[in-house]
Design a protein around this ligand. Structure first.
Ligand code: CP
Ligand code: NVA
Length: 308
């Protein structure tokens, strides 16, 4: 049984074959829509629970649609409407759900909740975002980069802003996919040292650079995310805005990257804060391809987990 808990916990060869399958399914789907091929339904007879303890648009819709496209069925549950939100333990929840469903995707707060669920579930568990990581997003992002520019190996990926959960998953992916990272932001919002050390131990170059212009020089990919994540206390908003203001991705900053650099943002965005409309809607931006590729990448992740 394969869980999908984090990029660095999944074998690099498996990550690559997930992306190959995602690409093949995306192409097949395009063919099906033109009436070329019969739909593949490897999740026929499978029930997937999608648990959300935080809001979501992309993760919720892409998993739900992805399961249905593969012939399976979904139960979308929010933490507050489950007994989980009223004191039932994660371990008991995991064992009960395992009697009913074939796969569990969870978006939650603490990483420990995800790990405890996986430990006690007898079906595979997928990480749909925790305070510390967002692996499904980075599978879609690597897929998107490679669709537009070919292999990501050897490329310079620059993360601009808060060294948050999405940044962490990029660091987890750097070694496995062979790209280098520069993270630029204020020192108090640096990514956790553990993630930087892990990427370096896997052979990736990781630099922390304070000056955003210096950081994006020769970048192949520039990535931004919200300045205040769902798990951040709103009381930190003003401080974060002051700290991160100099790290806005605008056309001037993008002009220091390579001319054919891509711009990514996992969305949802606060337009005019971490990135301007000019960049979000500009020639470098592939933000909606990223969003679409959540669907294709996650369909392949689910097949990997279920072995179908
Ligand atoms: N990028 C992402 O995970 O979006 P949602 O919060 O809408 O799921
Ligand atoms: N860093 C953001 C990502 C949202 C998809 C958050 O955790 O809120």
């Amino acid at each position: 049984m394969n869980h999908f808990l984090d990029i660095h916990k999944t074998d690099p060869a498996a990550l690559r074959s997930i992306l190959d399958q995602a690409r093949a399914m995306k192409d097949a789907r395009a063919g099906q829509l033109k009436g070329v091929k019969d739909a593949e339904t490897p999740l026929n007879g499978h029930m997937v629970a999608l648990i959300f303890e935080k809001p979501s648009t992309r993760t919720r819709v892409s998993f739900d649609v992805g399961v249905r496209q593969m012939g399976g069925e979904t139960l979308v549950l929010t933490g507050s409407e489950m007994q989980l939100g009223h004191g039932e333990t994660i371990a008991d929840t995991a064992q009960v759900l395992s009697r009913f469903v074939d796969l569990i995707m969870i978006r939650t707060f603490e990483e420990e909740s995800l790990l405890e669920l996986a430990e006690h579930a007898s079906v595979p568990v997928i990480n749909g975002l925790t305070n510390r990581s967002h692996p499904c997003q980075i599978m879609a992002d690597v897929m998107t980069y490679e669709e537009h520019r070919g292999p990501i190996a050897g490329k310079k990926v620059v993360w601009v802003g808060d060294g948050n959960n999405v940044c962490a998953s990029f660091l987890h992916a750097a070694g496995a996919f062979g790209f280098d990272m520069v993270v630029t932001g204020p020192q108090p919002l640096d990514p956790e040292k553990e993630f930087v050390d892990l990427a370096r131990s896997q052979g990736a170059s990781v630099e922390l650079v304070r000056d955003p212009i210096e950081a994006v020089k020769d970048a192949d990919l520039v990535v931004a995310d919200t300045w205040v994540s769902m798990h951040d206390s709103l009381s930190t908003r003003e401080r974060r805005h002051n700290q991160l203001g100099p790290y806005q991705v605008n056309a001037e900053l993008m002009s220091h990257a390579k001319p054919d650099a891509l711009f990514m943002h996992c969305l949802p965005a606060h337009r005019g804060e971490e990135a301007t409309n000019e960049v979000m809607d500009g020639p470098h931006s592939v933000i909606f391809d990223e969003a679409e590729n959540r669907l294709h990448a996650q369909k392949a992740v689910m097949r990997y987990c279920l072995g179908v």
